[in-house]
Design a binder for this molecule. Sequence first.
Ligand code: ZN
Ligand code: ZN
Length: 173
Amino acid sequence: MKVNVAQLLKETVGAARSADLEGPLLDSDQSVLGTVTGELKLTKTDRGVWVSGPAEIVVSSECSRCLKPMEYIVPAQIDDEYLPKVDLATGARVRVEDRDADDADTASIDDHHDLDLTETLQQYRLAGLLLAPLCREDCQGICAQCGVDLNENTHDCEDELDPRWEKLRELLR
Ligand SMILES: [Zn+2]
Ligand SMILES: [Zn+2]
């Protein structure tokens, strides 16, 4: 998930442009973690590029109750400054040690002037992953006894329950 900022880096401080994000979010071994859309604003700063704006990551999953495939959206709000590895004026490599301590883990713009949002988006995805996603709020799940999808099928398991369990079930309620 890269945005090329070569042109923007040549402009004056304060220059801004928008960038649409659209495409797959990949992890390090190229498997798809989700699909990203977003509308970002890129602003030239004295040191690099400030990126801000909303994005959405559509994550494929399965419903934790009925196990049907489903998708849900993890929102991301990007608001970060990205610094070039190469000094804009001199072309010299900016050494990480030369930056402020605060910037040690600041995201970088690579030698091709690509600003890589992958790691930022991966972090949002990780933070937004649902432990128990539901295809819908009131998903009925599958019957523990016969396995039918309770959203779609009727079944008569309830009637077949041994009445002796009824007392215990009441206690558990
Ligand atoms: Zn479901
Ligand atoms: Zn059943």
